[in-house]
Design a protein around this ligand. Structure first.
Ligand SMILES: [Zn+2]
Length: 367
């Protein structure tokens, strides 16, 4: 007898709920009219500088809360109960992970959080404050469905010392790392300029790849590097729609590992849409994933979730058209008849629209 057995599931298919293995709740308001940058970005670094690194600097506590609630609500309504989040809000660091955790706790979702420490705005002091937020949160969090690790933004925005410190903290707390690795060629170029074979080797040499670490993207890793990551017990997370949107390339070498999950990298947590994106992108990269490989890639998130939560048994009852009728998390119904159980969607959307307008004007006012 499971939670959904008490509800009318006639005409639906009951299946395991979905896992989004890499995303960013902080960008949850982006679909609500985020203005295009004044000068169109021409490469990946410019996309970061002109879009996401402006959005994250403009976030304050209220806009982050609205963003997280909006994102989590729509994830649950899509039948995605489990979110692996990578967070950054450089002008609101201390306490930020609690805002995300509260949103998940309130709505009933599972959330893995990590603050992506970086030195890119404020040097090593910013890096330390990011790591401190991970430490503070991991020591005090008691929400049963929320867990976390230590985050770094990416190798190319941190010093050796920040990486070493992150690794020390992860070992001290017995948690995994969550970091962007080789998303774009620029990350590889940076690591080689610093004297390392690449960003993966840099993290490994500086002691920041504990077992279970979650490495987002790996687009510019080779097959031997992907095998190396797997032998270290690391997860790689492919984000096919985001990679295509940012034109960073297709993550071809990930076929060398069976520890690969799917993420949306901030896009809405509709994993059917992400799988469709994977289908399209893998075919256009002339590397179609079939049979066992397809099942491993699309089911990887469930294996990762089972590592993170021993009680993971979340379910969704889907209509024939794919919409989620009922969703359960750890035996609790969180969506019933297509409606959130614990909060009112209309209010969440209303708050999100007001917060979005404020956020776009704060972004516009940044230097
Ligand atoms: Zn990301």
């Amino acid at each position: 007898m499971t939670a959904l057995d008490r509800l009318d599931c006639r005409g639906t298919t009951v299946e395991p709920a979905q896992v989004n293995a890499h995303t960013h709740l902080y960008s949850g308001l982006a679909p609500l009219g985020m203005p295009a940058p004044k000068a169109p970005p021409e490469n990946f670094l410019q996309i970061l500088e002109r879009v996401w690194w402006r959005l994250d600097r403009a976030l304050d506590e209220d806009t982050l809360r609205a963003s997280a609630r909006y994102y989590v609500a729509h994830a649950l309504l899509a039948g995605t109960t489990t979110l692996v989040d990578h967070h950054e809000s450089p002008t609101f660091i201390a306490g930020s992970l609690d805002v995300l955790a509260d949103a998940a706790h309130e709505l009933g979702a599972r959330l893995f959080v990590a603050y992506g420490a970086t030195d890119r705005n404020g040097g090593p002091d910013e890096g330390r404050r990011g790591l401190e937020e991970n430490r503070r949160f991991l020591r005090h969090n008691t929400r049963p469905r929320v867990t976390g690790g230590v985050g770094l933004h990416a190798s190319f925005t941190v010093s050796d010392e920040t990486i070493r410190e992150a690794g020390r903290l992860a070992r001290e707390l017995g948690v995994r790392m969550h970091v962007h690795v080789a998303e774009d060629g620029a990350d590889v170029v940076d690591a080689t300029r610093r004297g390392y074979a690449g960003p993966l080797e840099r993290l490994a040499q500086l002691g920041a790849l504990p077992r279970g670490s979650i490495l987002a993207h790996g687009v510019h890793l080779s097959e031997p590097q992907v095998r190396d990551a797997e032998s270290r017990g690391c997860w790689l997370v492919q984000n096919p729609r985001s990679n295509a949107g940012n034109r960073v390339g297709y993550a071809r070498a990930l076929v060398a590992s069976r520890h690969v999950a799917l993420g949306t990298d901030g896009w809405a947590a509709d994993m059917a849409a992400e799988r469709a994106g994977l289908r399209v992108e893998s075919q256009s990269a002339a590397q179609p994933l079939d049979g066992e490989l397809w099942r491993a890639r699309t089911g990887g998130g469930h294996a990762l979730a089972a590592e993170l939560w021993r009680d993971w048994d979340d379910q969704v009852a889907r209509e024939p058209d794919g919409r989620a009728r009922h969703v359960s998390v750890a035996g609790d119904v969180v969506v019933q008849d297509g409606v959130l159980v614990r909060a009112e969607l209309g209010k969440i959307v209303e708050d999100a629209k007001h917060a979005a307008a404020r956020l776009w004007s704060r972004m516009d006012a940044l230097p």
